[in-house]
Design a protein around this ligand. Structure first.
Ligand code: URA
Length: 237
């Protein structure tokens, strides 16, 4: 943190005083006010500040049943944002997105197009687990969607990959079925959104593997054209 020079100390020093006893509460007040004034720099700094802001969120009923908020993780500078529906049981336990069975399959799907978690950022429409893994309600998606929108504004991704009907319909504000949406690029604001099936659906139906593979081929072509993932220190291995 940069040193913050308070004009007050200049005056105190001009009286030849080099030390003072101060109350701990007063120090804490100073630290808090300096932290408030410090504008986070760069995409990772801004994302970290947003995550901090979200801590303890009770903006919707999901706040009272969750164990952990799942903010999202990965490389926010790489320009590729993956959006799922909401945390499941393992994600709620760990505070990390897509770490259960769906997540393991998702990692394999992305590995097939040379992507990994250092080359993308994974988040969800809602950051807290809906009880019994139910679909988030429109009100919950809308309330929490404000945070997703802010993540998008910070990241300015070159592409968003929407996993499943719930993520796609919320992002694209449509009731169209996933069968019609998938495999195509749509738009969120000005950002291309590729819709594909949720990995949980693939775990239930092997027949969906082929279309997802087709979608990944489209993604690969698009990434090449758009120069994605963007170079960043994180993914330079
Ligand atoms: N399913 C989701 O949609 N998101 C997760 O983080 C995990 C499972």
């Amino acid at each position: 943190m940069a040193e913050v020079r308070d004009p007050f100390w200049g005056i105190v020093e001009s009286f030849g005083v080099d030390r003072m006893f101060v109350l701990p509460e007063w120090i804490q007040e100073k630290v808090d006010s300096v932290e408030e004034q410090t504008v986070p720099e760069g995409i990772p700094g801004k994302m970290a500040a947003l995550e901090k802001e979200l801590a303890g969120c009770m903006n919707c009923p999901l706040g009272s049943t969750r164990k952990n908020i799942v903010f999202g993780e990965g490389n926010p500078e790489a320009g590729i944002l993956v959006v799922g529906e909401g945390p499941g049981a393992t994600e709620d336990e760990t505070g990390r997105p897509f770490v259960g069975r769906s997540g393991q399959l998702l990692d394999k799907i992305f590995a097939s197009v040379d992507l990994n978690r250092k080359k993308l950022f994974i988040a969800n429409i809602v950051k807290c687990r809906p009880p019994n893994n139910r679909t988030p309600s429109p009100a919950e998606s809308e309330t929490c969607g404000v945070f997703l929108q802010r993540q998008i504004e910070i990241m300015k991704p070159g592409v968003i990959i929407a996993l499943g009907a719930s993520a796609a319909r919320t992002l694209l504000n449509t009731r169209t079925g996933i069968g019609l949406l998938r495999g195509e690029f749509h738009r969120y604001m000005d950002i291309p959104v590729l819709v594909t099936y949720h990995p949980a659906a693939l775990l239930r139906s092997a027949a969906l593997k082929r279309p997802v593979w087709e979608d990944m081929k489209k993604l690969k072509l698009y990434m090449k054209e758009a120069g994605l993932p963007r170079d960043s220190e994180e993914n330079s291995d």
